[in-house]
Design a protein around this ligand. Sequence first.
Ligand code: SAM
Ligand code: SF4
Length: 469
Amino acid sequence: MKISTEGVKSFIPTAQIEEQIVKAKNAPASQIKDIIDKSLSKQRLDPMETAALLSVTDPELRNMILEGAHELKERIYGNRIVLFAPLYVGNECINDCVYCGFRISNNECHRSTLSHDQLVAETQALVETGHKRLIMVYGEHPMYSADYIAETVRTVYDTKYKKGEIRRVNINAAPLDIEGFRTVKSVGIGTYQIFQETYHEETYKKLHPRGPKSNFLWRLDGLDRAMLAGIDDLGIGALMGLYDWKFEVMGLLYHTIHLEDRFGVGPHTISFPRIEPANGTEFAERPPNQVSDEDFKHLVATIRLSVPYTGMILTAREPIEIRNEVLRYGVSQIDAGSSIGVGDYSNKDEESKKKSQFVLGDTRSLDDVIYELAQHGYIPSFCTSCYRAGRTGEHFMEFAIPGFVKRFCTPNALLTFAEYLNDFSSDRTKAAGLNLIKSELTKIADDGMRNSVVEKLAELNAGKRDLFY
Ligand code: SAM
Ligand code: SF4
């Protein structure tokens, strides 16, 4: 792969963003309300509007923003939460990102890459708990070429085991060249996710001192190359704690606007992980711009309002209490039952910590997470239907097409949830889940749709699988 950034220009106006954040301070309540209303009318916000939301410190106004984000989520997306798990394929890495346990200079990291058989074993272990959607994660290393990534994705899709299989594989790996993205697209991936880490170029350069990732523009241009290769299902993200979180949210917004302007389609998902402690990694113990819990909630709500059409991903890096609360403010996907050590799902040992990228805040099993979601009235969903029916850009459809959620998303969530309850759940989760399904059915206003879902649920009970609209 040849790394070249000839002709590539940054679309991040650094000085302008800093100015916008200062200028937008102290917006009156009436202006904040207008901005929330704009978002509730399904319009993406402009940078100055997002900056105004970000700059709010008054607790009452912040509350208004949290509730605005909650209302937007309820109104547009309803109460589904999509579940997935990360699958770490290999932790070899030639970069030196100062915050990461896999960085090349970390001598405490135990390096390993799954063999074919180990990858099958990991996939089987995940299938056995009921997972249907994975994100496969790779360090950056010549071993993990586009061909290698494609081959490992194929292995996962080919692994049918007992009662299930993985139906959608997303990728979190280093940016590729256009040819490489084409190769990976050819095996039927879902989302290709690349986090910019920080959109502040000077900070980026300090924190990524060597390896291909030290090239800010190559990474920033990564998702453009993916688009040019025909992958239009993309995930952006910033690692919170490296630089001012307000700047990073503005960076995410500018990245969104850039993709909209150049390709007519914005990102499918936005991620906003906070830095977690990592083995042998002093930087991650005390990140220079650590984000407090209060600011974190505020930034999640602000992202929800700023880009109302994207999926938002909240990972198990966060502790349970934060996860439970932040779900209200617009999150659409979470991972559950996650292990982030290479090989940990099928063979967890004492060395696990040394093979892990960082430390997780939420280590509950998938079944425990699902039980709690059901208790709180969320429908856990393993839906992969849009992607498999060729309806790409599903988040945009959910958002833009009136009735789409009622016609497709909620029924599919109920069917995949019922499949989970039939095949994988504990007794207590099954009881809570069946109650939830019963009450959700009463909320389907259209008689035809409700009868159709009831019929399909009966087919599931009779042994049919993988039913979707
Ligand atoms: N190696 C590829 C890359 O850097 O893009 C792909 C995957 S990397 C293993 C996944 C993401 O983990 C990174 O993009 C980074 O944002 C995040 N990460 C790294 N160290 C972390 C830490 N200490 N806490 C939380 N997230 C971290
Ligand atoms: Fe390697 Fe990715 Fe970790 Fe950086 S974040 S050291 S590229 S695995």
